[in-house]
Design a protein. Structure first.
Length: 366
């Protein structure tokens, strides 16, 4: 019967599909609250029966009331009111733990639930700062009062003699949610950090790396090339007549060209090499341990693809010019970029839609 009930719950969209009021980025919080509440419901039902059978009617009645509280937590979560849901669930735990401690004493360990509950609420991203601080401070005061005044319980029960088992159970069952809560906070922090890094490292229009990220990347590659005794090459490309395209056809057309060119660059260089949007209509490509003639061949193929595939209105074509420099062991990064840029403008002056290459030679190329 229980298995059939569990299967029915799982098959119901209520457990697997968030309501429309829940935003995509909040679904982890929603399902965390939902499952905590669902787990709490049978536990409180079992405690209610246990306390009623052992004559602790007050605790039995409170556990029945807790069922209503946790159902309210679910309702609040489904309305995307996460802060209120977390506060209400935390308040239920605090009251439950306090009542159990008053009746049974601190030797049973129910007061141990106060610490992890206070900490989770205090640091949870969905709780309001002032409310979380007040909640945590109140919980600490309650804990101290319980420890000072209720070391011995107010009633004798059949549980006497099993204090150590209850204490261990409370310690473990209170610690596990605390650990899960900490891991949840860590995952939220890591996701937020990844979003910030992605925003800083990736050009939002083209999907290529940003200039800021790539400059740091090139410094690292300079160190690696010296350490591993290998070379690399950089190419700077510039879309020909891009300013004219922007002026005549508008920035939307220009942006579309940038996107299409970037896509072809990524597809052509693959995962071995890397590219960034260096600025405006300029791109910088890093070739890892590739000979100069191979770089030239790859870039000629790339510019031909761009000319063939990137089209604008009235059968217009898009072309790109490149300047390429390969390194030896000792080089200045700024000078390397400067020489690649100089080669690019040589290609422009020679008629555009060209690739000009050279070996790095300190103050000049050859």
């Amino acid at each position: 019967m229980l298995a059939e009930f569990a299967t029915t719950l799982w098959q119901h969209d209520f457990l697997r599909k968030a309501p429309q009021s829940v935003a995509a980025e909040d679904q982890t919080d929603y399902f965390t609250i939902l499952w905590v509440a669902i787990i709490a419901l049978p536990i409180h039902l079992a405690f209610s029966l246990l306390f009623w059978l052992t004559g602790l009617n007050s605790l039995a009645i409170y556990n029945l009331a807790s069922l209503v509280i946790w159902l309210s937590v679910i309702k609040l979560a489904r309305r995307a009111r996460y802060s209120e849901a977390i506060m209400l669930g935390g308040a239920e735990v605090i009251i439950h733990a306090s009542l159990a401690t008053v009746f049974l004493g601190t030797e049973f360990g129910f007061q141990l639930y106060l610490w992890p509950t206070a900490c989770i609420i205090a640091i949870h991203t969905q709780t309001k700062i002032l409310g979380a601080i007040l909640f945590a401070l109140t919980t600490f005061v309650i804990f101290i009062l319980l420890e000072l005044n209720f070391s011995q319980g107010r009633v004798d029960t059949v549980f006497m003699g099993y204090e150590l088992y209850f204490y261990s159970f409370c310690l473990i069952s209170g610690g596990i949610p605390f650990i899960i809560g900490m891991m949840r906070m860590k995952s939220v922090y890591m996701r937020q950090r990844q979003r910030v890094e992605q925003f800083a490292n990736i050009d939002q229009l083209t999907g290529l790396f940003s200039r800021r990220y790539f400059y740091n990347f090139l410094h690292f590659q300079k160190f690696q090339s010296k350490k591993e005794n290998k070379h690399f090459a950089i190419a700077i490309g510039d879309i020909d007549h891009f300013k004219k395209l922007n002026d005549e056809r508008g920035h939307e057309a220009g942006d579309q060209v940038l996107k299409e060119v970037s896509t072809i660059i990524k597809e052509t260089i693959g995962n071995t090499h890397k590219a960034c949007r260096w600025g405006g209509e300029e791109f910088l490509i890093f070739f890892d341990d590739l000979e100069l003639k191979d770089c030239e061949e790859l870039l000629n193929s790339l510019k031909d693809k761009i000319k063939a595939q990137v089209m604008i209105e009235n059968n217009g074509t898009v072309t790109i010019s490149f300047g390429v420099v390969t390194t030896h062991k000792e080089f200045a990064l700024d000078q390397l970029v400067f020489q690649a840029d100089a080669l690019l403008y040589e290609a422009k002056a020679a008629g555009r839609n060209r690739v000009h290459v050279a070996q790095y030679s300190g103050n000049k190329t050859q």
